[in-house]
Write a protein that binds this ligand. Structure first.
Ligand code: ADP
Ligand code: MG
Length: 274
């Protein structure tokens, strides 16, 4: 069946954005690093991406060179004050990658959302206004908790990507997250799926990294990405320069791993032939 319409040809052809939430209630496991660098790698591969910074710490915004002072309004205004998302979008230093930054008020949102109507659906409703926009992918960087901000991320998304740090107890934490995803799926967002698990901060000199990786693979099977993100000092240096590692040191092992992750991500999404 043809659904071609006159006047919609050209590179601004509206595409349905896929929305992916990067979530894990543990802090410091590589959510923001993965959100920023996966988004950058996808943009560099030619896919227009919008990153949503849902963490009051605003590390994704800072890591993309958007200083706290330069953030007039962002996700707080969108979630709590009904500001239209299109008015909050800012370009980043990465071509084809835009962001809705975390504004300094976002820390209050977790409490203020409680009394709002349809509090779990605020982000989903807001992002609905972007349907038909030029973005091929929307990436949501969730905060380190399972509170209302993360819940908004999970209700808005079609899929969740879980970064798993290769350390002791990593799998215990993830079972709570998996239960939360199942609950959201059952009650609030039937379309949600656990798209994948990505092993982060892998240290090949450390036997524990291998053990955690093997455990994760035996438990979650091929939902665990083949690509593993190594522990790499260039990754941790990049944010203080306000840059994704792909721009800070494009040939570092960390940058190469995120490029490979993006490739595998696109294969999973069916955007390139496997
Ligand atoms: N693969 C890695 N190698 C080295 N440092 C990393 C790596 N991934 C993340 N980091 C660093 O670890 C810290 C926590 O990562 P971050 O992505 O902010 O975690 P989260 O968003 O889950 O709290 C940051 O300082 C980050 O730069
Ligand atoms: Mg973070």
């Amino acid at each position: 069946m043809s659904d071609h319409q006159p006047g919609t040809s050209g590179n601004r052809l509206p595409i349905a954005a896929r929305i992916i939430a990067i979530a894990n209630q543990k802090g410091g496991v590589g959510k923001t690093t993965t959100a920023v660098n996966l988004a950058t790698a996808l943009a560099q591969a030619g896919h227009p991406v919008l990153l949503i910074d849902l963490d009051p710490q605003g590390n994704a915004s800072t890591g993309l060179g958007i200083d706290r002072r330069d953030r007039p309004a962002g996700t707080y205004a969108m979630l709590v004050e009904d500001a239209p998302p299109a008015s909050l979008i800012m370009p980043t230093l990465v071509k084809l990658l835009d962001i809705i930054p975390a504004d300094p008020d976002l820390a209050g949102a977790e409490v203020e959302l409680v009394s709002l109507d349809r509090r779990e659906f605020r982000l989903r409703t807001a992002l609905g206004a972007l349907s038909g926009s030029r973005y091929a992918q929307i990436v949501i960087d969730c905060p380190p908790s399972l509170g209302l901000l993360t819940l908004n991320g999970l209700v808005a998304a079609g899929a969740v990507l879980v970064p798993l740090q290769c350390e002791f107890f990593a799998l215990e934490g993830i079972s709570q997250l998996v239960r939360t995803i199942e609950r959201v799926k059952k009650n609030l967002n039937p379309g949600l799926s656990l798209q994948g698990i990505v092993l982060t901060m892998f240290d090949r000199r450390n036997n524990l990294s291998d053990l955690v990786a093997a455990d994760a693979r035996s438990f979650f099977g091929d939902r665990v990405y083949q690509t593993v993100i190594p522990r790499n000092v260039r990754i941790s240096e990049a944010p203080s320069h306000g840059k994704p590692v792909l721009l800070y040191d494009s040939r570092s092992p960390g940058a190469l791993a995120y490029i490979q992750l993006a490739h595998e991500f696109l294969q999973r999404e069916g955007a390139v032939a496997a």
